[in-house]
Design a protein around this ligand. Structure first.
Ligand SMILES: [Zn+2]
Length: 233
């Protein structure tokens, strides 16, 4: 029995005398390349259509661990209480007794935590006031709608919004886990400051062109304008 008939159909290599043997890797497009593990991964990986929110999550100024977290949120892959089975909860009674550690009301879920929960909603409203997202309400649908519409934005204001969404989801999830697995608790006001500090710290590292819009944003975040540059670098 022939297990791999495709191997039989591969023509034997042409041997050229006086020439050293070399191995090549045929990439996804059928081009011969020198072998790199990155090429092998790119050829073998499962391919799906590009999603319309990819640039809202992965962009050059993003905070990678926050972006990875937003990716989990969008895919609804966080282990929230609504996605736990009876086995994971310990018993059906445990599952029935579960409630959101932030507001102690209702079971937590992606849509509850981001940001309809009374605690998360307060945090979201506080941090949202720092950016131009006033028309985005506390539902994940609304946030997601903004992310899709503004995914490709290169304007500083839009980039700050994307960083803010990442930081807000990351720290709300961190607070939820702190309360679940330890006794640490921060008020909505303190958590909002943690989120804003993280965005501000990121902004401080930016090299930004001098432009009235940029000056306004730097003023808003109380960042020295020494970061502003004349050249587009
Ligand atoms: Zn809640």
């Amino acid at each position: 029995m022939v297990l791999f008939p495709v191997l039989i159909n591969i023509p034997p290599p042409m041997l050229v005398d006086d020439t050293a043997d070399r191995s090549y890797w045929k990439d996804h497009g059928g081009n011969l390349q020198h072998f790199h593990s990155s090429q092998a991964w790119d050829s073998l990986r499962v391919r799906n259509d590009k999603v319309d929110w990819v640039d809202a999550v992965w962009f050059s100024q993003c905070i990678p661990r926050h972006s990875f977290h937003v990716w989990l949120v969008i895919r609804n892959k966080l282990k929230t209480q609504d996605r736990m089975s009876i086995g994971e909860a310990g018993s059906a009674t445990n599952l029935a007794l579960m409630c959101c550690p932030l507001c102690a009301y209702d079971r937590d879920s992606r849509d509850h935590l981001f940001f309809q929960c009374a605690y998360a909603s307060e945090v979201w409203k506080t941090v949202r006031d720092w950016v131009d997202m006033g028309n985005v309400n506390n539902t994940w649908d609304s946030v997601m709608g903004w992310l899709v519409n503004s995914a490709n934005t290169r304007h500083l204001g839009g980039v700050v919004c994307k960083i803010l969404v990442g930081a807000a989801t990351y720290y709300i999830w961190q607070e939820r886990n702190n309360r679940l697995f330890s006794r640490l608790q921060r008020s909505p006001d303190i958590l909002s400051q943690v989120i804003l500090s993280s965005v501000r710290l990121k902004l401080m590292g930016f090299r930004i062109m001098k432009h009235p819009d940029h000056m306004k944003i730097m003023d808003r975040w109380q960042i020295s304008k020494k970061n502003l540059t004349e050249d587009p670098g």
